[in-house]
Write a protein that binds this ligand. Structure first.
Ligand code: SAM
Length: 259
């Protein structure tokens, strides 16, 4: 097979995953892109902690709710005020149609510039969405709680060797969020980072993930200009377990002091 024929064959092998990603909406379970952890699981349970915090909250804000999949489960037995924000125009209407019938107001706005009154919530949650610490400090009422799980700097750091323009591994948000939250007077009650190697079944499954997180490689062109770099990544990171990369997460919980 000539070099150009093998490039064409790789393109056709990856095409179904790229096409499946064009229909991606919300942020729920997907047939593709799931990775198997090769080490211990996260040492915290975000879902369980959110449910605990909901029991004492009268008003809750979820920043970057995606399609509202998780929040819709948390609010099932919740009687307080619920508000969610979503910044991606595709997901905002999906979140609204899922959450409005459950009594949750949905705002289509940037994660970091929230059109919400000062001191108006006693719980703010944020899973894998952007955030502005000063705004968290402003919007929380006295005694209010903040919980966030973030994708950490370690996540997919391997991409840098193949895609120098990637945002993965750059812009440490864990420490800047900690500093920012403290600067606005919040007390950090929990702060942890965790990383593990995880295996995608094959290159197509990882390419699917790159396509549904389009901020990871700006102007990503998997079937065109970026195909050769993807194949180099596949040759380098393939193992008997699949295509193996680091997954990294962080958790921060903080409290605004009572008056
Ligand atoms: C990873 S999602 C997490 C959503 C939700 N908090 C959860 O935990 O299920 C974080 C944010 O990424 C953004 N997002 C997801 N897919 C996107 C896409 N294909 N293009 C642009 N933004 C996207 C959405 O704004 C979403 O709220």
């Amino acid at each position: 097979m000539t070099a150009s024929q093998s490039l064409d064959a790789a393109r056709e092998r990856l095409r179904p995953y790229v096409e499946a990603a064009t229909g991606f909406t919300g942020w729920g379970f997907s047939r593709y892109g799931n990775a198997r952890f090769l080490g211990p699981r996260q040492p915290w349970n975000y879902d369980r902690r959110v449910r605990e915090l909901f029991t004492s909250a009268k008003s809750v804000l979820d920043i970057g709710t995606g399609g509202g999949e998780r929040l819709s489960r948390y609010v099932r037995d919740y009687r307080g005020r619920g508000v969610a924000t979503e910044a991606w125009h595709i997901n905002a209407p999906i979140a609204a149609s899922r959450l409005k019938p459950l009594g949750v107001e949905v705002l289509y706005c940037d994660d970091e510039v929230l059109p919400l009154a000062s001191g108006s919530f006693d719980l703010i949650i944020n899973r894998h969405a952007a955030l502005e610490p000063a705004d968290i400090g402003r919007i929380l009422g006295p005694g209010g709680m903040f919980l966030t799980e973030q994708i950490s700097n370690a996540h997919w750091g391997e991409l840098q060797a193949f895609f120098p323009r990637t945002t993965a591994g750059k812009g440490e948000n864990y420490f800047s969020y900690l500093v920012g939250l403290r600067a606005v007077g919040l007390e950090i009650t929990d702060a942890r980072e965790y990383a593990v190697l995880a295996a995608y079944e094959d290159m197509g499954n990882f390419v699917y993930m790159l396509c549904v997180t389009p901020w990871t490689i700006p102007d990503f062109d998997p079937l065109g200009d970026d195909l050769e770099a993807l194949l180099e990544l596949e040759r380098t990171l393939s193992t008997p377990d699949g295509v193996v990369l680091t997954q990294g997460h962080s958790l921060i919980e903080a409290k605004k002091p009572s008056l």
